[in-house]
Design a protein around this ligand. Structure first.
Ligand SMILES: Cc1cc2nc3c(=O)[nH]c(=O)nc-3n(C[C@H](O)[C@H](O)[C@H](O)COP(=O)(O)OP(=O)(O)OC[C@H]3O[C@@H](n4cnc5c(N)ncnc54)[C@H](O)[C@@H]3O)c2cc1C
Length: 396
């Protein structure tokens, strides 16, 4: 009988174990888990509701979802994509629902249903799980196994991947992704909780740019636009110590279009107070704040704006600059940018090129995504591919 060891009982490890047993029932599959319970993180996902995948309907270019690993994911999703994930869980009796942005959740709204489903299936397939067993050196595991799948998840510190050092793999330095941004510009505090639905954030002097709703928080900037930008620019932001300038386009239009929109608004509403006609769904108080920030009184009529006022307003609305002074958590959700470099792997099998029989799946890889169910999908997809590859490897 062959023995396969899987390191880490997270999303990728558990799905890999089940799929491997399905393909190769005679193989002994053992999962070594550092923590006291398997799937502890999955239980916390999606605020306890588990956003387990996404329809990808809104994703034109996979780079938008996977700033790291999009090439590999493009190929991998053809093998086990979101429809496969949905079918897999539905076949296990989990009813799923779609929410805005194509996000898929269990209809029960309970992440524990996903945990129980995976655990039940592992038990049925005869997968052995050993908890409280942190692997600190991969060599004894390699010696005792015919194949190994490493699925130890994201490790925000390089030291967390030390157990892999004997393999001499290339590692992309891990840094955090998915966070909100702090500013010490106190003027925003009074606007806490307000949302600019069509904002575009960018980092001046770089190509990093994220279009999505922007939430103003107690400490600065949050909401989908900030999380996206933190993901796209994760490494850049780490390198500059989270001290940077941020450009906010509050309404997501370019200067030329906005100038035309504002001129038309002014002509159509000449006698109306500017403060009463906010553009682009901006809340009235935020609109008034942006007038004041442009050095224009907000209690004027559109006819009084004048060309100087118009220029200043256009500049604030399209390129409002803030100093970022650090990062802050987004609830408890975060993922790691970096990890085992994809250059080490055969992209078709996810096996290490220089170590036959060693495979990698999930967030331990240098693959990570924006929020929306894409991270778990990467774990299911790569876990499934590793299982298939190991089954083929053992046959040979
Ligand atoms: C609070 C939170 C909420 C999230 N919500 C969502 C969401 O709704 N949708 C989404 O798509 N993504 C979400 N994510 C991201 C997603 O959870 C991860 O990307 C995904 O769980 C990664 O799966 P994985 O199997 O690679 O790693 P993990 O699920 O992290 O599992 C890795 C396992 O390996 C174990 N381990 C680590 N080192 C060792 C070792 N040396 N020896 C043995 N075992 C080890 C760990 O204890 C862990 O159990 C969320 C993340 C967090 C933190």
């Amino acid at each position: 009988m062959n023995n396969v060891t899987i390191l880490g009982a997270g999303a990728a490890g558990c799905l890999a174990a089940i799929e491997l047993k399905r393909r190769s029932p005679e193989t002994g599959v053992t999962v070594l888990e550092a923590g006291p319970r398997p799937l502890a993180k999955v239980a916390l996902t999606g605020g306890g509701r588990c956003n387990l995948t996404n329809t990808f309907a809104r994703i034109g270019d996979l780079r938008e979802a996977y700033p790291r690993g999009f090439r590999l994911m493009k190929r991998a999703l053809k093998e086990f994509g979101p429809e496969d994930t949905m079918r897999w869980f539905e076949a296990e009796g989990v009813r799923l629902v779609e929410e805005d942005g194509g996000r898929i959740f269990p209809a029960s709204g309970d992440a524990m249903q996903i945990v129980r489903t995976l655990l039940r299936r592992m038990e049925k397939e005869g997968v052995r799980i050993i908890c409280n067993n942190r692997v600190s050196d991969i060599r004894p595991v390699l010696d005792a196994s015919d194949a190994v799948i490493v699925t130890t998840g994201g490790s925000p510190k390089r030291a967390g991947l030390g157990f892999l050092d004997p393999l001499g793999l290339e590692i992309e330095t891990p840094v955090p992704s998915l966070f909100t941004l702090k500013t010490d510009d106190g003027t925003l505090k009074a606007l806490m909780g307000m949302v600019a639905p069509n904002a575009v954030l960018s980092i001046p002097g770089t190509a990093f740019r994220a279009a999505a709703p922007l939430l103003l928080t107690d400490w600065g900037f949050g909401g989908p636009a900030t999380l996206k930008l933190s993901s796209y620019a994760a490494r850049h932001l780490a390198e500059c110590g989270y001290l940077t300038s941020l450009s906010v386009n509050w309404i997501g239009e370019n200067e030329q279009t906005l100038r035309e929109t504002l001129s038309a608004t002014a002509a159509a509403n000449a006698r109306k107070m500017t403060v009463n006609t906010p553009l682009s769904g901006l809340p009235g108080r935020l609109w008034a704040f942006l007038f004041e920030r442009s050095g224009i009184r907000s209690d004027i009529r559109w006819a009084e704006l004048g060309s100087k006022g118009l220029n200043r307003l256009v500049s604030t609305l399209t390129n409002d600059r803030y100093s970022i002074t650090g990062r802050a958590a987004f609830k408890e959700e975060f993922v790691t940018c970096g990890g085992v470099s994809l250059r080490n792997l055969d992209p078709a099998t996810l096996g290490a090129r220089n170590h036959p029989g060693v495979y990698f799946a999930g967030e331990v890889l240098d693959i990570d995504a924006v929020t929306g169910g894409f991270n778990l999908q990467a774990a299911w997809t790569t876990g499934w591919i590793c299982a298939r590859s190991v089954a083929d490897y053992l046959k040979k």
